[in-house]
Design a protein around this ligand. Sequence first.
Ligand SMILES: [Zn+2]
Length: 353
Amino acid sequence: MLRAFVGAGAGVLLTACGGDDLDPFATDRTPTPPPARGGEQAQSQQQESQVQQAAAQTADQAAPPLELPDPLVYVIPSPASQGETVLLVIEAPGAATAAMSWQGQAFSLLRKDDRFLGFFGIDANAPVGPQSLGVAVWGPRGEQLLWQETVIEITAVEWTVDNIQIDGPNAALLEPTIRREDESTRLPYQSKLTPQLHWLGVFDPPAGGQITALYGEQRSFNGGPIAEYHTGIDFGGETGSSVVAANSGIVSWAGRTRRRGNGIILDHGAGVFSGYYHLSEVLQNAGTVVEQGDLIARMGATGLATGPHLHWEVVVRGVTVNPLPWLRLLEFPDPLQELNPANALTSTNLAKS
Ligand SMILES: [Zn+2]
């Protein structure tokens, strides 16, 4: 049973707590009737529920239920591997809101014409095996059109292991407390949901150099145990060379941490962010709207870097994912792609109210 949805039908489903009595997956849950209208609010408490029932009946008589097509649910890709971005698409013409539940968190979905879209990320070291995904769709009068629980298989990736030697003053930056400090500084700027798609189409490489390190690489430092994985990809280059916006968005954060050096985070909307680090110079301020290809920074070696390079990462709903699909070096999670209804999930517990 999934317990993550709250405030069913309200379309604001971003917290991960409580709300069991509103759980759309509860089999005994009945649809909420439409709220009573203006003049009826003057009625006494005792009469209120009767009035609401009457109002609901009146509304039913005045406007018969819309005949909406059954929503079609797509999970792309499924199965998904560690480090992958998963795209949930629900084709639901006429529906008003939709939400998904994943690993104890509920997310509202973004509406794009007749589609609802949700991106979520699988961590490079996420547990493998079956994971439950819940989806729910509500109609224009708050009526529930669909709830569905499905299983996504998460498959393992054999990441490479690399031992990195860090000497001199930079060795002090390996302290876990410094890494946590860095993460907590950046987290609020790359885990919110901006309910628009600011980008269109595939992302561009943010720098001209060769890729020198891949996502997911398991790293040990100075011969120690594996301490972390590489959360992005590195582009080699020279200090001062151009770093451009991989796609359109809004500057969410521009600043400096001890570990990452100078950095900038772009919010592309729909919970998708890109981050650029170890910069010699940041050229845009927080809040600035940037277009794909705009110059945003210059490459450098600030923070924990063994030489000038750009560390570039993509964060989806707070999880760092493999950026290569976003560059279409692997399958791009295109939210506008054509979908074949034959590939929609078949449901075992689909319900129409
Ligand atoms: Zn890196």
